[in-house]
Design a protein around this ligand. Structure first.
Ligand SMILES: Cc1ncc(C[n+]2csc(CCOP(=O)(O)OP(=O)(O)O)c2C)c(N)n1
Ligand SMILES: [Mg+2]
Length: 595
């Protein structure tokens, strides 16, 4: 008996080494779901609670495994639900293939139920490749091209299957004019710039006396090369948010995060350097880079489109990070004057002291920085950390001390709420033996997170290692935005838009058969984290944190900070005016709106 289009599609996905599909059914994809149901030995279909989570999971799967993530949804509403997660993948340059259904061909153009113009809908997010299968023999090349383009361009592609086509017998393309004969397979090349360009770059780096490096997610396979380059150049290394796990925070020359969520040492280094070497990063906020003219610049990026847009670089090298740095290293001279490096290292040391002092500030009831500080000490080897957008991203960026071998990410360029839970789940499916840790605000928990826990409760018993930790910062506030409103607009908190209802995340977890721990005393933090890391099932920590702890911009002095925070914590009657004024003054230097 001949195969159906759906059966062939599943076979072809298997040939592309697809192991997991994150999705949700509907009558627009009944044919495909039926074929997947018969191929459970080849591909796992992971059922989500909302298609947006399927797209986030596919994005995270790609981020963590370097393999394309695949998500699936029905026609119309299901397809629409995918969008936010697909944009997250597109903007963070992840290969994701979306497979969606459509109404039967005969109904299209008939204002039919659930008929949405899907090609137009996906034209922006999957602009590199979005096509509909209107005839069975297209199936092969639609799949092949969707995967190869997603990987080659590191982007989102989409293929659309009308429900009647899914049930038709599959026909391979005939040998005649007007047919397409595609094959499978993609292997990423090592791309290294020309020797003469490498020499120009090396000359600039060798002449510099104060070299600053900035690395991003694009440097993730280049840990050793980045270390060797930094060592030779006597440079400090700042990390863009998505590059958090590229380099361990315990290296003495890692200045940590950069930007509004960044550190003082990153700021100081950028303001004082004479040379900037940027590797695999599209960090967008140029005001945190040296002022134009202060430094000579060299940039390395695999994507030619991303070169020379954040700082006017003297040499732009298109190439992959590890290969390019490996080719550059023999051309670099080790700097004999180490005073720049020593200054950076001293600055980093005192910065960590400052963070320690900040996390020790009493708060009502728990200072969120204390939790991240305590968490750093308890991170299991090889854990996989996902943060949500919100104040969690600030504490993740600044306070968490990543070690080599761990993975960590968030929604970098889209900075959308809600990836925290689906990323954490996808991490577990990608690496069942490792411990995924989700750092999620209460606002994001209530948007998608608590639904994600139902997915966890559905699957956790199938995981070889059940450890799975969700840390909810229950500040009963959309805190990051509350502070942005204070700092940027000078507005007091508008309770109507900012308050988040309290919710017993721990009790809810227990109701689902998971473990739940409530903490509302600073003294409880360590024990709760210990319990979560060694539990025999997934754990949700419901941490009552203080929304009044400000996610300060990077370069407030210790003295300012102490006065400032103690006034807040003591309920100084002028605290609001003080907060507003101090923040305005501090933030004005950096915020994009400042002149
Ligand atoms: C989908 C989406 N909606 C709104 C925002 C704007 N936003 C960014 S952070 C944030 C607050 C998040 O609140 P919560 O999850 O409670 O984290 P907190 O900042 O309180 O720690 C909001 C509303 C966004 N980035 N994405
Ligand atoms: Mg919150």
């Amino acid at each position: 008996m001949s195969k159906s289009v759906s059966e062939f599609l599943v076979e072809r996905l298997h040939a592309w080494d697809v192991k997991k599909i994150f999705g949700f059914p509907g009558d627009g994809i009944n044919g495909i779901i039926g074929a997947l149901g018969k191929a459970t030995d080849k591909i796992d279909f992971i059922q989500v609670r909302h298609e947006e989570m399927a797209a986030f999971m596919a994005c995270a799967y790609a981020k963590f495994t370097d393999r394309p993530g695949v998500c699936m949804a029905t026609s119309g509403p299901g397809a629409i639900h995918l969008l936010n997660g697909l944009y997250d993948a597109k903007m963070d340059h992840q290969p994701v293939v979306a497979i969606v259904g459509q109404q039967a061909r005969a109904a299209m153009g008939g204002n039919y139920q659930q008929e949405v113009d899907l090609i137009s809908l996906f034209k922006d997010v999957a602009g590199e490749y979005v096509h509909m299968c209107s005839e069975p023999s297209q199936t092969r090349h639609l799949v092949d091209r969707a995967f190869r383009i997603a990987m080659a361009e590191r982007t989102v592609t989409c293929i659309i299957f009308p429900n009647d086509v899914q049930e038709l017998p599959y026909e391979p393309p005939a040998r005649k004019h007007g047919t397409v004969h595609s094959g499978i397979g993609f292997s990423r090349p090592v791309i290294v710039p020309r020797e003469e360009d490498l020499e120009k770059a090396a000359a600039i780096l060798n002449e510099g006396k104060k070299v600053a490096m900035l690395i991003g997610a694009g440097a993730k396979d280049a840990e050793k090369e980045v270390m060797e380059t930094a060592e030779l150049l006597g440079a400090g290394v700042a990390k863009a948010l998505l590059g958090k796990a590229v380099l361990a925070d315990d290296l003495p020359y890692v200045t940590g995060a950069i930007g509004l969520l960044g550190t003082g040492p990153s700021w100081d280094m950028m303001m004082d350097c004479d040379t900037l070497l940027m590797v695999g990063s599209s960090f967008p906020y140029s005001e945190f880079l040296p002022p134009e003219g202060q430094a000579r610049g060299v940039q390395v990026d695999i994507d030619g489109k991303m070169l020379g847009i954040r700082y006017p670089m003297e040499v732009n090298l298109q190439g992959d990070s590890a290969g390019t740095l490996r080719a550059l290293i023999p051309l670099l001279q080790r700097k004999t004057d180490r005073s720049w490096r020593e200054k950076i290292e001293a600055n980093i040391k005192s910065w960590w002291k400052l963070l320690e002092a900040r996390m020790k500030n009493a708060a009502d009831p728990i200072n969120p920085q204390q939790i991240f500080w305590e968490l750093s000490k308890r991170l299991p080897d090889n854990c996989i950390i996902s943060a949500d957008s919100g104040s969690t991203a600030t504490w993740f960026a600044r306070d968490l001390r990543i070690r080599s071998g761990m993975k960590a990410t968030l929604s970098g360029n889209l900075a959308t709420m809600c990836p925290g839970m689906p990323y954490t789940i996808a991490a577990k499916f990608a690496y069942p033996d490792r411990v995924p840790i989700g750092l999620i605000g209460d606002g994001a928990m209530q948007m998608l997170g608590i639904n994600g826990l139902i997915t966890v409760s559905k699957y956790w018993r199938t995981w070889s290692n059940p450890r799975f930790v969700v840390l909810v910062l229950n500040n009963r506030d959309l805190n990051q935005v509350t502070w942005e409103q204070r700092i940027m607009a000078g507005d007091a908190k508008f309770k109507g838009s900012q308050d988040v209802p309290d919710f017993a995340y721990d009790e809810y977890a227990r109701m689902l058969g998971l473990d739940g721990i409530r903490i509302d005393q600073p003294g409880d933090v360590g024990a709760a984290l210990d319990a979560a890391m060694s539990a025999d099932r997934p754990v949700v920590i419901n941490a009552y944190t203080d929304p009044s702890v400000p996610p300060l911009p990077p370069h407030v002095t210790f003295k300012d900070m102490k006065n400032f925070s103690s006034a807040i914590f003591q309920g100084d009657e002028n605290s609001w005016d003080m907060i507003k004024q101090s923040f305005k003054e501090v933030a004005d230097n950096y915020l994009p709106h400042s002149s």
